[in-house]
Design a binder for this molecule. Structure first.
Ligand code: KIV
Length: 277
């Protein structure tokens, strides 16, 4: 059965929720078959798929195209799509129209947006338009310029209180879940205990209702610097490099393609072919 935002919300307290990013059809199929609860078409695609230095250049077209591919590969997992930078900041109408494209063209079942009480009106409008919303607080990468870098958030009493207030504001506005990124584990656990909606952590410790990671980071496809919160669960880069090196070796040695990879010509045609000059 296809997972839904409603079922995702109701799973709070029943089981730990597993979310991973996905950006294309093939990997979405693998993750879906592996049984993840939700696939997030994150705007991190700007970095891990398109090679940008941050998420700010990602467009609505990028998100809609990648989301549609993921949605085609996700038979069971809930598909959540990030609203990219400036697609929900210029007013409630723009926000609803742009989310509408992610749902209509991208086949997203829910959207995620970064920000707290300041965006409660946008969350309300989306919920009114029947678009489930996942919030995103803590380190919000679209605000990298305002935050002064990618830093752990909520470390002072005032910042911790603001995060708690923002989380409540998103819940009150109708968000069905919340991503908490890069906040101290004890604060994340407190927010998780106070909220009625599931809190999905990334760099927020084990006290959250579930976890999300960028798949390239957790599967070992990213050889660059990894943040402290990432654990490598595989060595996909090594596996891919080995496959490419084996392929290159066999092509260069004339060992690939072998007979079993070739289409035979019917014998009568072969006879005629031999007579041709
Ligand atoms: O864009 C993304 O991948 C995200 C996750 C890191 C939560 O927002």
């Amino acid at each position: 059965m296809k997972n839904t935002a409603v079922a995702f919300r109701e799973a709070k307290g029943q089981k730990k929720l597993v979310m991973l990013t996905a950006y294309d059809y093939s990997t979405a199929r693998v993750m879906d078959a592996a049984g993840v609860d939700a696939l997030l078409v994150g705007d991190s695609l700007g970095m891990v798929m398109l090679g940008h230095e941050d998420t700010l250049s990602v467009t609505l077209d990028d998100m809609a195209r990648h989301c549609a591919a993921v949605a085609r590969g996700a038979q069971k997992a809930l598909v959540v799509c990030d609203m990219p930078f400036m697609s929900y900041h210029t007013g409630v109408e723009d926000c609803v129209r742009n989310a509408g494209r992610l749902v209509g063209e991208g086949r997203a079942q829910a959207v995620k947006l970064e920000g707290g009480a300041d965006f409660a009106a946008e969350v309300r409008a989306l919920v009114r338009a029947s678009v489930p919303v996942m919030g995103h607080l803590g380190l919000t990468p679209q605000s990298v310029n305002a935050l002064g870098g990618y830093r752990v958030q909520g470390k002072s009493a005032a910042a911790a209180k603001k995060l708690l207030d923002d989380a409540r504001a998103l819940q009150d506005a109708g968000a069905f879940a919340l991503v908490l990124e890069c906040v101290p584990a004890a604060l994340a656990a407190r927010i998780t205990a106070v909220l009625e909606i599931p809190v999905i952590g990334i760099g927020a410790g084990p006290g959250c209702d579930g976890q999300v990671l960028v798949w390239q980071d957790m599967a070992g496809m990213n050889s660059g610097h990894l943040p402290r919160f990432v654990k490598r669960f595989g060595e996909v880069d090594c596996a891919l490099r080995d496959a490419v090196q084996n392929y290159a070796r066999e092509v260069r040695a004339g060992a690939f393609p072998a007979d079993e990879h070739c289409y035979p010509l019917p014998q009568d045609v072969e006879k005629i072919l031999k007579k041709l000059k």
